[in-house]
Design a protein around this ligand. Sequence first.
Ligand SMILES: C[S@@+](CC[C@H](N)C(=O)[O-])C[C@H]1O[C@@H](n2cnc3c(N)ncnc32)[C@H](O)[C@@H]1O
Length: 299
Amino acid sequence: MYHIPVLLKECIDGLNIKPDGVYVDVTFGGGGHSRLITEHLTTGKLFSFDQDEDAVANAESITYPGFQLIKSNFRHLRKFLKLYGAAKVDGILGDLGISSHQIDAPARGFSTRFPAQLDMRMDQTGDVSARDIVNSYSEEQLHKILGMYGEVKNARTLAAAITRNRFSKSIETTNDLISILQQYAPKGKEYKYYAQVFQALRIEVNQELTALEEMLSQAADVLRPGGRLVILSYHSLEDRLVKNFIRTGKFSGEAEKDLYGNTNVPFHIVTKKPIEPDADEIARNPRARSAKLRIAERI
Ligand SMILES: C[S@@+](CC[C@H](N)C(=O)[O-])C[C@H]1O[C@@H](n2cnc3c(N)ncnc32)[C@H](O)[C@@H]1O
């Protein structure tokens, strides 16, 4: 199984699909959400983005004539929609992060469970891998990303240890890195610690938060009034950006006011509290457990 779609029905309901509308799935993956979107369309269109070669291969299984796969980072949303003559759309779905396939394919280097080259690029043509980061970032840069993106408590100590270790021999594989992490992980919580460090590297390799900010800003531009923004996130850094953006139109701080003191927010919030998977879904698919779904409507 490439990937089990999370909160599938809730996402599709959230998009409020019109059979002749234009929709975008910015994270195609195994195509679970995309497939169901096409089943709600008659003459409408679906544009699906993914930057991963492996995901693109799944597009062959979707035969709906109004479907178009775009192999690109979703940070280029507006440019590609314009290219395909769809400057305005009725709904955008984003199911952030990595697919089960990416984490389960040992060679991709995302998993703490398999020996592999430290890669972690979602886009196999990307210039920077996790190996480059652990071997070339300064101690201060490593400290910053481990603390910010992994919420690693002893980020400063670990950054110093990584730079010390790579001095004698470069850090090439997941096992090389884990052998360093072992010495700094809290006892009994080793796997959580490894996962935090791997998360930090993954976010940095793929510039995930910057890409998300760019995509959301463009989403506000390309959505028609009444169009829906439906975003599933899996950790608090992403969820915070999504929440702030739909509340204020910005990623931090309060909404801007015009001369008369009226706020000018682009969205009406549909889900006051995020939707989360229920116990049944988590039992069927434990990887859904941290999902938070937020839905907003373009004003
Ligand atoms: C959680 S999976 C999506 C699963 C999909 N909804 C399904 O049901 O199969 C996330 C996918 O988004 C892709 N992705 C993540 N960030 C991306 C970005 N910035 N641009 C393009 N694709 C991205 C990943 O390569 C991965 O295939």
